[in-house]
Design a binder for this molecule. Sequence first.
Ligand code: CMX
Length: 133
Amino acid sequence: MKPTHIEHIGIVVRSLDETIPYYESLLGTSCYKVEEVADQGVRTAFFMVGQTKIELLESTDPEGPVGKFLEKKGEGVHHLALAVGDSTMALQDAQKSGLALIDKASRKGADGMDIGFLHPKSTHGVLIEFCSK
Ligand code: CMX
């Protein structure tokens, strides 16, 4: 399934409160939403840049995916999210083409999206997320 565009870029930060003003100044736009995703152990903040979002990720759980990433690698780009028509179908297509999945089917993510991840071990080191409405 061919992605239509980059839906968002996920960036890990230590503190949303400390980082949001920097991105508001850099991007010239206000953060339009702050949302906690409890099952992922994160608080997120969103900015719109054209049709692509910047998603800031603050860990709420040191043992969650973002908490572990922050501990090992520090702040920085965490994942690339591709917009697709149906994220479960995109995951299934990726698996058929030999890529390893983190999620076999999509689940509810931040900002009202259905999301699912490929494993970075089979995607040349970049964590890839599929997103659909
Ligand atoms: N990008 C690239 N590589 C990554 C990575 C990332 N974001 N996160 C972890 N890795 C790599 C690590 O560097 C490590 O590589 P090495 O074995 O070479 O050292 C390997 O993956 C295993 O990392 P780990 O710290 O031991 O972590 P886990 O195996 O427990 O988990 C992963 C890794 C990718 C399976 C887990 O982070 C995950 O399930 N991620 C998907 C969910 C997610 O990231 N949620 C947060 C965002 C939610 C949202 O956007 O709403």
